[in-house]
Design a protein around this ligand. Structure first.
Ligand code: PMP
Length: 395
């Protein structure tokens, strides 16, 4: 058995079949991952038999749900090596980054990179930061040599993708942390694509904030997390106001709860938090090292097969994490994606919410295949067959 078949557990994922019960070759896990039964069951239980509000009820069901919700916070914190009170539940990575961009008390300059997802660009623009842009190397990595030259004591925050959602390139996060801290800046990592496919330990990475979404980690939509160092969260004022984020409310002035509650106004995503924790349990059951090896083997197979075709351009470094972007000469990625769909192969085609990176690559779009722990060699073979058929159709 090759390493690429060690994990694949398609039977756990009802979403991996077509409506006709045929295998669906789902190669769009970087957009959102399919959900295992363990997560579906946890969500079903918590929205059904276990359902009640949290933090307010005096009755026992609510007290139990509160314990479950806070246990979910602890589980998510453990998953990335953080402490329970350092996890703010957000709607996703997008909201997590917006939270820091809006609440950081000292909005001066932020250093972003050319490969960032729009959700790590637009929040900084909206919050009025002065943005500097670190270039990417020709093989698609954030150029940390350039970052070292660009950073000044004017920079309050460096915010980089831990793994690129287009190229799969992995940031040397420890080095980025050293560079940021060298000028007194904080490092925010956009961990959306890293958390589902690499072991992540925020203490070892030495970052200051870490943002990610549950739905890419086999969990529900509508929830994600911002991990932040306790002292940094404490120094940030509230963002949205409402119930649950206060200490005392009066028409004169109100006072606010400590983090993480300070940043969780309103009734939280209770069911989603329970599902998020179930996703952490399910994924941790395989070990993130094993998932990383599994996806690396699939990336290698895919890049070898595509690299052997003389009409295919491959983007990103060979050792990318779980994501392969490519172009087929003379065929628009949308056409390729449409024909692959007829073969029950789902890929992503477009700019992947990374228009500045498309400009750097000199293309308007790419085709992207991305893997999950359920992906296997059959999926890669179906992709390759579909590409060959597309080529025949286009003559
Ligand atoms: N950053 C990266 C690298 C992503 O891939 C994504 C999702 N495509 C996001 C941020 C935004 O995540 P969400 O839409 O779940 O908030």
């Amino acid at each position: 058995m090759s390493s690429a078949t060690i994990i694949s557990r398609k039977a756990d994922f009802p979403g991996l079949l077509t409506a006709d019960g045929e295998p669906w070759h789902y190669l769009d896990s970087a957009a959102t991952a399919q959900k295992p039964k363990a997560v579906i069951d946890a969500v079903t239980r918590s929205i059904g038999a276990d359902y009640a509000t949290v933090h307010r009820g005096v009755y026992s069901r609510s007290a139990e749900m509160t314990l479950g919700y806070e246990a979910a916070r602890r589980r998510v914190a453990d998953f990335i090596g953080g402490a329970q009170d350092e996890i703010v539940f957000t709607r996703g990575a997008t909201e997590a980054i917006n939270l820091v961009a809006h609440c950081w008390p000292d909005k001066r300059r932020v250093l972003l990179s050319e490969l960032e997802h729009h959700s790590n660009i637009v929040p900084w623009q909206l919050a009025g930061w002065q943005i500097d842009v670190c270039p990417v190397t020709d093989d698609g990595r954030i150029d940390l040599e350039a970052a070292a030259d660009m950073l000044t004591e004017e920079h309050a925050i460096v915010s980089f993708a831990h793994v690129s959602n287009v190229l799969g390139s992995v940031l040397d996060a420890k080095r980025a942390a050293r560079l940021a801290h060298g000028v007194g800046a904080k490092l925010l990592l956009d961990g959306c694509q890293a958390v589902p496919r690499l072991p992540v330990d925020v203490a070892a990475l030495d970052c200051d904030f870490y943002a990610f979404s549950a739905h890419k980690l086999y969990g529900p939509t509508g929830i994600g997390a911002l991990w932040g160092r306790a002292d940094l969260l404490d120094a940030m004022p509230p963002w949205q106001g409402g119930g649950a984020m206060i200490e005392k409310v009066a028409f004169g002035t109100s006072t606010y709860a400590s983090p993480p509650q300070r940043f969780e106004a309103g009734t939280p995503a209770i069911v989603e938090a329970i599902g998020f924790a179930a996703a952490c349990d399910y994924t941790a059951g395989f070990g993130m090292d094993a998932i990383a090896r599994h996806e690396a083997a699939l990336v290698a197979q895919t890049r070898d097969a595509l690299g052997a075709m003389n009409d295919v351009s491959l983007f990103g470094p060979d050792e990318s994490a779980g994501i392969v972007s490519f172009l087929l000469d003379g065929i628009h990625p949308h056409d390729l994606g449409t024909i692959l769909d007829e073969e029950n192969v789902a890929i992503r085609a477009g700019h992947h919410c990374a228009q500045p990176l498309m400009e750097r690559l000199g293309v308007s779009a790419t085709a992207r295949a991305s893997f999950g722990l359920y992906s296997d060699e059959d999926d890669v073979a179906a992709l390759i067959r579909g590409i060959e058929r597309t080529r025949r159709i286009f003559g």
